[in-house]
Design a protein around this ligand. Structure first.
Ligand code: MRU
Ligand code: ZN
Length: 213
């Protein structure tokens, strides 16, 4: 039985999402209405959960009273609303189900697009020995990570099917080729730290590729 969310829980989720949306918008990370954000609300089991997600098609660089809605583990609205959930809500559903994360941030940036294409055929972006890897809570000497890259099918359910197999134990993110990254964490603070680390690493990989070509 799904526990009814309190008004305070909903308001807190919307405030958290508004704040992180404004923060990422200030970096220009939502070009052309791209990007979507979500935070989980209330109790969680892999079979039943609720999250607040950005409404589809909106300009995420502006704040409005109708930016978010609550959806369930199937990605369907849990309250009457005229808003449509993000077109990529099913990807959020799969990430929550298979990681138990508390927040997911999806942005399209020039660096995540270029580097995902550079390594698109390989299926992952290799990074080694860069200090910012520690922001992913990986502290071993000269750590090497492989950031998963998935094909960017037009059919979102087809991408969502690939998500469970792409989630790597210690990498809180997946990239869609020539599209963008989904970074997650236990809460918005952690998801933001991971997103910033990933975007730093993508820029590093891009610039290192140019330097050593
Ligand atoms: C309009 S370009 C970007 C979209 O196709 C999509 O990738 C995206 O990130 C935003 O979709 P949305 O449905 O607004 O959440
Ligand atoms: Zn997208």
């Amino acid at each position: 039985m799904r526990t009814e969310l309190t008004l305070e829980q909903k308001q807190q989720a919307y405030t958290e999402l508004s704040d992180i949306k404004a923060n990422l918008a200030a970096r220009g990370w939502f070009p052309g209405t791209s990007g979507n954000l979500s935070v989980r609300v209330g109790e969680f089991t892999p079979e039943q959960f609720t999250f607040a997600v950005t409404a589809s098609g909106k300009d995420k660089s502006v704040r409005s009273p109708e930016d978010f809605l609550l959806v369930n583990e199937k990605g369907t609205a849990v309250e009457a609303t005229k808003l449509k959930p993000s077109a990529e809500t099913l990807i959020h559903c799969e990430i929550y189900k298979h990681t138990g994360a508390g927040a997911i941030l999806h942005v399209h940036t020039m660096f995540n697009n270029l580097v995902s294409e550079l390594y698109g055929e390989q299926g992952f972006i290799p990074v080694q020995g860069v200090e910012l890897i520690k922001a992913l809570n990986i502290w071993e000497e000269d750590a090497r990570i492989e950031i998963p890259v998935l094909p960017n099918y037009a059919d979102i359910p087809r991408i969502a099917e690939l998500v469970p197999g792409a989630i790597a134990a210690r990498i809180p993110g997946i990239v869609l080729r020539n599209h963008g990254i989904y970074a997650w964490g236990a809460n918005v603070f952690e998801a933001k730290r991971h997103l910033e680390a990933f975007e730093f690493l993508f820029e590093y990989v891009y610039r290192w590729h140019l330097l050593t070509k």
